[in-house]
Write a protein that binds this ligand. Structure first.
Ligand code: HPA
Length: 280
């Protein structure tokens, strides 16, 4: 496990090393859109004209995921006219990584000058209207990760007032879904640390708190990206109904299977967002 003081010189140097390695292999235009591909959604990369694809293990200090279904690549290329950076294989708090390593790729994107970040993830549906395979635009989140190390990003009051999810970018995504005739739910994402799926009682609590979805990622990166003034939006794929919302047992295999069967729709939708509708 890598340990470094989040704001310390040692950490900054590690980010700088990673950025230097990327720059030594490819240019990264300033209008690049970064897209994080969640569990099982990595096939989107096949739609991109690739300039350079790094295994995460090649990039100095880049934390490498341990969960199956997370590819572990950072790819630079274009989708139509738009330069894109794809992040596959983020690491999670539930694997034991400290926050600063979960957000390491955000620090890299920032140093590369990237200003737009679209995250995707898989999530459990708490809202009983949500079905397995639905896509949901995250409008807001509840941070149930109890992660004090995230406080390094919490010092700026601005974040609370404006909201974490960029209105314009979210509207682009919402409009694209309408035009593509894809049902896009909207909701509040509860970020939990995991690694266990929730109990029925926990889901009842999250529901009472106003959550529509639950998942184990996204919140740290969204907070970090906002801290760095990036425009952020996030879309969840509902891979299962949360515990107690359906009586089915949950497994990581089911999450992967649902991601696989919703993939075509998801990839087409994401391509339309970036290629056709994102004018800035
Ligand atoms: N709970 C937490 N995280 C998840 C779930 C869930 O039900 N499904 C996919 N990620």
């Amino acid at each position: 496990m890598l340990l470094a003081k989040p704001n310390g010189d040692n950490y900054k140097k590690k980010v700088a090393d990673a950025v230097k390695h990327i720059h030594s292999h490819c240019d990264v235009p300033k209008n690049t859109v970064a897209i994080v591909l969640g569990s099982g959604l990595g096939a989107f990369a096949s739609r991109v004209k690739v300039y350079h694809s790094f295994k995460t293990s090649e990039i100095p200090h880049f934390p490498t995921p341990s969960v199956e279904g997370h590819g572990g690549r950072v790819t630079f290329g274009t989708l139509g006219d738009r330069p894109v950076a794809l992040i596959e294989g983020r690491v999670h708090l539930y694997e034991g990584w400290p926050v600063e390593w979960v957000t390491f790729y955000v620090e890299i994107l920032r140093q590369l000058g990237i200003k737009v970040l679209i995250l995707t993830n898989s999530a459990g549906g708490i809202n009983p209207d949500f079905n397995v395979g639905d896509l949901c635009l995250i409008r807001d989140h509840i941070n149930f990760m109890f992660e004090t190390r995230l406080n390094r990003y919490g010092m700026e009051p601005r974040l609370r007032h404006v909201g974490f999810y960029d209105k314009d970018l979210s509207e682009v995504i919402y409009r694209t879904a309408n035009e593509c005739k894809i049902t896009l739910r909207q909701g509040v994402y509860a970020g939990v640390k995991g690694p266990c799926y929730e109990t029925k009682a926990e889901i009842r609590m999250l529901q009472a708190c106003g959550a529509d979805l639950v998942g184990m990622s996204t919140v740290p990166e969204v907070v970090a990206a906002n801290f760095h003034h990036m425009r952020v939006a996030a879309v969840s794929l509902v891979t299962n109904k949360a515990t107690g919302i359906s009586e089915c047992k949950l497994s990581h295999d089911d999450v992967k299977k649902t991601a696989e069967s919703a993939r075509e729709k998801f990839d087409y939708f994401l391509e339309m967002v970036i290629n056709k509708h994102l004018a800035w």
